[in-house]
Design a protein around this ligand. Sequence first.
Ligand code: ADP
Length: 309
Amino acid sequence: MNEIKLFCPASVANVSCGFDVLGFCLEPIGDEMIIRKTSKKGIHIIKIEGQKLPLETQKNVAGVAGLALLEDYPCDHGFEIEIYKGIKAGSGIGSSAASSAGAVFGINELMGKPLNRNELIKYAMKGEELASGSAHADNVSPVLKGGFTVVRCSKTPDVISLPSPSELHATIIHPKIELRTSDARAVLKKKINLEKAVEQWGNLAALVSGLCTNDYDLIGRSLVDVVIEPHRSALIPGFKELKKAAIDSGALGCGISGSGPSVFALSRGRETALRVQEEMNNTFKKFNIEYELHLSKINSKGIQIISSK
Ligand code: ADP
């Protein structure tokens, strides 16, 4: 195989009580990437369409993640990369993760697949480190593995795949303003109150259990964030109103996607998710900010090969 074309999906991380540990993969939104072998060694990003992003290997998350993989798995040829962005950078739905994960996935396939999807995570995290200053795995894991994933310990992560109840649907609203991950991190408190911590980890454990047992009511009661959302939501115009609209129209829960500005709601069944989408739309159109709305099932596959030759 000399060339591979990929669909690299968007993802939601920081799922309410699962700050920095829980994420899930989306279906209809994503980038495409073409990666091909070249005689020139190293990684060369030769084209980016859809957005203005750096072509320099060391400044692009795809380049940095790919180089990290090549450092451990040296190769006697190089790779060139074309990126067709469908996910806006800084949107909070894993734009950098799609490129980081796509690069390592594609290169690994072209090298004859020495690593599995789990083993690729630590290399994709190098791209995340470039984008946000911290090598987090909560977006790249669901992009590589699909479904919901939980990351235990960020240094040498255990990444655990969780089941996704089949009726679960996500509604995503993406206000077209840029909120940099680094700025969204700056508003967070370094210390948290013990009572809040207890509430948060109780919710996270219950949410994981709800996902494993198809208990939609438990999922709904657990999709609560008492640690991060109270600080970050102030950076997102209309967050309070969007959340009220989503919950009032039947969503199980609603929270900030990644570090924002995107907001997600999870609902049981497509019909409810469509109603939630409509009400979020009615609410946000009053804010005079351009936005996009998406409805998605949980993408259980993660990155997909579109074609290869
Ligand atoms: P998101 O949550 O949407 O991934 P981040 O703020 O984490 O947003 O990452 C976006 C940052 O990463 C921007 O500063 C962007 O310039 C940088 N970046 C570098 N290469 C890429 C790439 N291939 N795709 C997306 N963002 C990239």
